[in-house]
Design a protein around this ligand. Sequence first.
Ligand SMILES: [Zn+2]
Length: 105
Amino acid sequence: MSLPCPYCQSRDTVLLESPQHFVSNSNLPSAQNNVMSPLALATLGISVSKSLNIPPIAGALVGVLIGGIWMLVTEDEVQNSSHPVYSRHYYCNDCDRDFSPSIRN
Ligand SMILES: [Zn+2]
């Protein structure tokens, strides 16, 4: 089950669901974790797979996996002040944009 794209109304969308750590302590270097987040890597993987002519979902899954491993590696420094939240994003195969279900319509 997928949502239509809010930009081009295409139904050729995929769901990207990944655990996100929201850091409540602003003193932590969270910028580095944002760069290496599963969602960011999934988006990067989609871009790379598009240019390599392989299915975007494959690149997205690789990105989520790498991001998940990275989060396990860096979990020690954030686990005291953060909690895992599942973030849902959709990616449109037609116009190459991702969107949150909350901004539909
Ligand atoms: Zn679209």
